[in-house]
Design a protein around this ligand. Structure first.
Ligand code: HEC
Ligand code: HEC
Ligand code: HEC
Ligand code: HEC
Length: 278
């Protein structure tokens, strides 16, 4: 492998294809340590109160309240949510995806299941709970807002102009022969990219700098010692790759629908709630 003081340029067209690096192989889930404090379970803005996650988070007042199932006619995934919190959860979901009540409910017939989006939303609630359970100590660090950002359809890729980020350090330049080889035959410490080509691994590296809004060194050492393993962000990123693959494998038929950019939007710590949330 030769090194040249090149810019980490990546073909914009190849961007989406490499966001999910590891295809159908899904690794076991593991806990990702928190870097920012997570507001308590009764944070009014956290859409995941909608999920019954408050039970898992062990709030002491739980049990003294009436579950939604006692008063609502047709609740399933939210059956255990305290009825006192139920409408706040509806409002939070509405805001997080920028929808109106009527986009999920026929007017005044909230118990009806005839709107497809309501059924889809039940899946979305399950998905959100599952991410918290598998990766974030049952906390709602990934919320409806994290993916949706106030929009019905989440984004997948950064705007074209933002897909290229200059690297501060000389980055590896692969020969055509190396490019086509499996990554583990070209690089030293390959786990996530086993069986993928070396070229696809380097394209992913460049796309991550844009998706997470960082330089290469954020996940590697300041000196650009790429194979070093002592940077926590490198380790977290492997878990992120596995998490992204699992979400797509489980909920999106294996298609690369959920992406690094989808949650991160150019920030190392994704947003959980709208800045102006109540
Ligand atoms: C993104 C879709 C979505 C939006 C927007 C939404 N809801 Fe819901 N709502 C649901 C789902 C899903 C359920 C069923 C939850 C379950 O199965 O546990 C539900 C259930 C309800 C119920 C319980 C009905 C019953 O008796 O079973 C009420 C009441 C309700 N919603 C009111 C509202 C109101 C008022 C708004 C607007 C502020 C709203 N919802 C916005 C998806 C939505
Ligand atoms: C991990 C990211 C992620 C999370 C978390 C998430 N969603 Fe989604 N949601 C998506 C994606 C991606 C789509 C688009 C699916 C597609 O194109 O097939 C979507 C689609 C939807 C739709 C549109 C369904 C349709 O049929 O058009 C609704 C409504 C929705 N989500 C509501 C929610 C609610 C409410 C929550 C929180 C309880 C939530 N989502 C959490 C990623 C997410
Ligand atoms: C968001 C974190 C992240 C960013 C940003 C990132 N990398 Fe990586 N890098 C990783 C991870 C994780 C691995 C190990 C992948 C695996 O296990 O298959 C890795 C591995 C590598 C390797 C292989 C090292 C070896 O020999 O084992 C090289 C080379 C590399 N990265 C270069 C870069 C360059 C150049 C950039 C900037 C364009 C960059 N990386 C940006 C996370 C990152
Ligand atoms: C479903 C949403 C979601 C997806 C998809 C996702 N992430 Fe994350 N990521 C998070 C959350 C949440 C955190 C933890 C933030 C915290 O500590 O509170 C995180 C943390 C990280 C961190 C550590 C940041 C730090 O400074 O501690 C890195 C690096 C990272 N993600 C990279 C990636 C990469 C690369 C991808 C794509 C392979 C990716 N993420 C996909 C939600 C996501």
């Amino acid at each position: 492998m030769t090194r040249a003081p090149a810019l980490a340029l990546l073909a914009a067209s190849a961007f989406a294809a490499v966001l999910v690096a590891c295809g159908p192989k899904v690794e076991p889930a593991r806990t990702i340590p928190a870097r920012v404090p997570i507001p308590g379970p009764f944070d009014a803005a956290a859409p995941l109160v909608a999920s019954g996650n408050i039970v898992a988070e062990g709030n002491s007042s739980f049990g003294k309240t009436t579950p939604a199932s006692a008063e609502m006619k047709n609740v399933t995934v939210m059956a255990d949510v305290p009825v006192e919190r139920f409408m706040a959860a509806m409002l939070a979901m509405k805001g997080a995806i920028g929808a109106e009540c009527k986009e999920c409910h026929p007017v005044e017939r909230y118990e009806s299941d005839e709107v497809r989006a309501k059924l889809k939303t039940r899946q979305m609630i399950k998905l959100s709970v599952e991410i918290g359970e598998l990766y974030f100590e049952k906390k709602s660090r990934v919320t409806c807002f994290t993916c949706h950002r106030g929009k019905w359809t989440p984004e997948q890729d950064p705007p074209l102009a933002d897909r290229i980020r200059a690297a501060k350090h000389p980055v590896p330049v692969l020969s055509p022969v190396q490019s086509a080889k499996p990554a583990e035959q070209v690089f030293r410490r390959v786990q996530s990219f086993q069986g993928k080509t070396a070229a696809s691994m380097m394209t992913a590296m460049a796309s991550w700098t844009a998706a997470v809004g960082v330089d290469c060194t954020y996940c590697h050492t300041e000196e650009g010692t790429w194979e070093a393993e002592n940077v926590v962000q490198k380790d977290v990123t492997r878990a992120m790759v596995a998490m992204t693959d699992r979400i797509n494998a489980t909920w999106f038929a294996g298609e690369p629908i959920v992406t690094c950019w989808g949650c991160h939007r150019g920030m190392p710590i994704p947003e959980r709630t709208a800045p102006d949330a109540p």
